[in-house]
Design a protein around this ligand. Structure first.
Ligand SMILES: [Fe+2]
Ligand SMILES: [Fe+2]
Length: 256
């Protein structure tokens, strides 16, 4: 087992696919994660696995690697597994999580928006334009800029996971361009295709940040760094104006 603890998780999953299934049971999506270079021993820390679950999960992984299985009595209670994990974030990080909540409210409306675009593009052109504006101004400029220009600098040089986040942001911008191109050419199916892919991408991206990246970055920060982070966020938000957040929240309210 010792040698596997120091191997990248993707390598271990390739050799022992059962390990991927075990992690999935614990809501750890290493199989679909684009990073894959995290070491087995770091998975628990990165994913914030509660102490009382850690030992059971590692037993299962060890059994999968050694070709055995653990007894039924040793298996963790399903109720424990299904209990939602609540994460307490530091104040400035909580701000990013709250911004995610507003972005997720817009994402939740995309399927209905797509149905309407497919039925009648011309009458829904304006609402699509305004939604794209929300994505560009709020999700990208306001929120992603705080991550890229400020938060990610505190990730202590672990570039793999940060590169995945940058890639997601870039893909998001690509989908925005595609939506605008669809509007220009009047191609409803291209618009809805791009909107749906944007929704899928951002949903996964936000989950990764809320559950993995943010807690992990925060864990490595000192108290003074957290204070510094809050100060920098305040400075950035100030440049957008005091009514910026409320303006876009009102837009999502009206859309809902
Ligand atoms: Fe992000
Ligand atoms: Fe984010």
């Amino acid at each position: 087992m010792e040698k596997y603890l120091n191997m990248p998780i993707k390598t271990v999953i390739t050799e022992f696919p059962k390990v991927g299934a075990i992690l999935k049971d614990y809501e750890i999506g290493c199989v679909t994660c684009g990073v894959g270079t995290c070491l087995v021993k770091d998975i628990i820390e990165i994913h914030n696995v509660p102490k009382h679950i850690e030992a059971e999960m590692m037993k299962k992984i060890e059994a999968a690697i050694n070709g055995g299985d653990i007894s039924i009595e040793e298996k963790i209670d399903d109720v424990q597994l299904q209990a939602p994990r609540t994460i307490a974030y530091a104040k400035p990080i909580q701000r990013l999580v709250d911004e995610h909540t507003l972005i997720k409210r817009l994402l939740a409306l995309i399927p209905v928006l797509c149905d309407r675009v497919n039925a009648d593009l011309d009458s829904n052109r304006e609402v699509v334009m305004k939604s794209v504006e929300f994505i560009k101004q709020f999700a990208d400029k306001f929120h992603h800029a705080k991550e890229e220009d400020i938060l990610f600098a505190y990730a202590n040089g672990n570039t793999d996971i940060i590169n995945v986040m940058y890639e997601d942001h870039k893909k998001g911008r690509y989908y925005v361009k595609s939506i605008l191109l669809g509007l220009e050419t009047g191609d409803a199916s291209f618009i809805t295709y791009s909107l749906k892919h944007y929704r899928e991408l951002l949903t996964e991206h936000i989950k990764k940040e809320d559950e993995i990246l943010y807690p992990w970055i925060e864990k490595g920060m000192s108290e003074s760094q957290i204070e510094e982070l809050e100060r920098k966020f305040n400075e950035t938000d100030f440049t957008f104006g005091s009514d910026f957040y409320d303006k876009w929240e009102s837009f999502v309210n009206s859309l809902e």
